[in-house]
Structures are given as C-alpha cells and as structure tokens.
Design a protein around this ligand. Structure first.
Ligand code: BG6
Ligand code: MG
Length: 218
C-alpha cells in the first residue's frame, strides 16, 4: 500500500482565517498611518507574527522600541482573537472535510503545518483537532516560512521522508518552504500568485479524489 505524508497549512487552506489576519493587520497599520496594498498583503500570508510586523514597519519606514513592538503584536493578536472567537465548523473551507475523509479512508498520514500560534485553538473550534496524526504549528518551530522547518518537523512526526510529503498552501512563503523541504507543493489560490507551486487549485472543490489517488501512487 502506497503512503504519502499530507501536510496542510491552516490559515487560508483549511479555514478562511487569512481574512481575519488581514483585517487585524490593516487596522493596526491604519492606526500607525501605514497603508499596504493587496499585493503587499500576499507577502504577509504564511509569515510569522514577528516578521509580519517587521515588514509593515519597514513599509512605513518606521522604527519603534522593543516594548512598543511587543505591545503592537499583542494589539494585533487581540483583534485577531476577537475575530476568531465565534468560529465554528461552518468556517471550514469547501471540500476540506471531503479531502480529509478521503485521505483517512486511504490510511494516509496527515499533519498540520502552520505558522500560527493560534492553530490548535482554531482546530478545536472547528472540531478538526482529531483529524490530524500530527500537529506542528508556530509554537513548535523557531524559523518561520519560507524556512522549511515547520514542514520538516511535520514529516518527522509522520515518520515520512520529506520527498514523500505533499503540502497544501495558500501562501507564497509556504509554497517556497515546501519546495525548499523537497516536498510536492500544491497551491490553493491564484496561479498568478502561487506560480512556484507544483500544482495550483483555486480551492479543494477543484481537486478530485482521483487526483489525490495519483499523488498517493506517484
Ligand atoms: C499564518 C498566517 O498561518 O500564521 C499569517 O498566514 C500569520 O498571516 C501567522 O501571521 C502567525 O499567526 P499567529 O496566529 O501566531 O499570529
Ligand atoms: Mg496560509
């Protein structure tokens, strides 16, 4: 029986929380008088909280004290937590549950590979915590995407060689991390943005069980 390790990013792949990260960063940037475009927002996807704030401050050409930096990160996370506080199963993105069930029925090991320190709480809220054989998130790694650490740790947890792992990602930084890890990268989103991925689907409704079977048997 063929086996592959399937690694899912969380925000923007399993749940539509990418929009909440965006709203919280946008409010914070507005309060500092720094604007950022949709294109710049793509650079924040998949990127850790610290690095995201560093980027925004760079865009605004702004230097602040360490204390202020910590306070702004807390402010952003507070707004983000407000946004996610009412989340439930209805916010699981279309066909994610079908793909997870298919992989489970095919006995394929599944891991989460997220940069977020809020990942476990979100999985609990949407009732998917038990759908994963391993969970690796921002609390388990020191180097953020595009560094491959999060996916390499996930592969290790699943006891799978990196070359036998497949990553689902909505972020440029995440696709780059999967590629650096030597894994197959599957972009979920727009081809123009995720052109570095091995395959791109606009969402899971476009991905057939036959395609997943091909990946397993590759
Ligand atoms: C990633 C998101 O999954 O997690 C980023 O795409 C976010 O937008 C990062 O900055 C860190 O998340 P958190 O919840 O630890 O601030
Ligand atoms: Mg993401």
């Amino acid at each position: 029986m063929n086996k592959k390790g399937f690694i899912f990013d969380l925000d923007g792949v399993i749940v539509d929380t990418a929009k909440y990260h965006y709203l919280a960063w946008k409010d914070l940037a507005d309060s500092l008088g720094i604007g950022f475009s949709e294109k710049q927002n793509e650079q924040l996807k998949g990127v850790s909280r610290v690095l995201s704030l560093q980027k925004i401050l760079e865009w605004g050409d702004m230097k602040i004290s360490d204390e202020k930096f910590e306070a702004l990160m807390a402010q952003k996370n507070k707004e983000y937590l407000d946004h996610i506080s009412h989340m439930n199963e209805t916010e699981i993105l279309p066909d994610v549950s079908r793909v997870l069930s298919f992989l489970k029925s095919a006995n394929q090991p599944i891991s989460l590979g997220s940069a977020s320190k809020n990942a476990r709480a979100i999985l609990e809220k949407v009732n998917l915590f038990d759908s994963f054989n391993a969970i690796v998130d921002g609390t388990n790694v020191t180097k953020g995407k595009p560094n491959p650490e999060v996916f390499l740790v996930a592969a290790k947890e699943l006891e799978m060689e990196p070359t036998k792992c497949i990553v689902f990602e909505d972020a440029v930084a995440g696709v780059q991390a999967a590629n650096s890890a030597g894994m197959i990268s599957i972009g979920i989103g727009k081809t123009e943005v995720l052109f570095e991925a091995d395959y791109v689907f606009s969402d899971f409704t476009e991905m057939s069980n036959e395609f997943i079977e091909e990946l397993i048997n590759k």
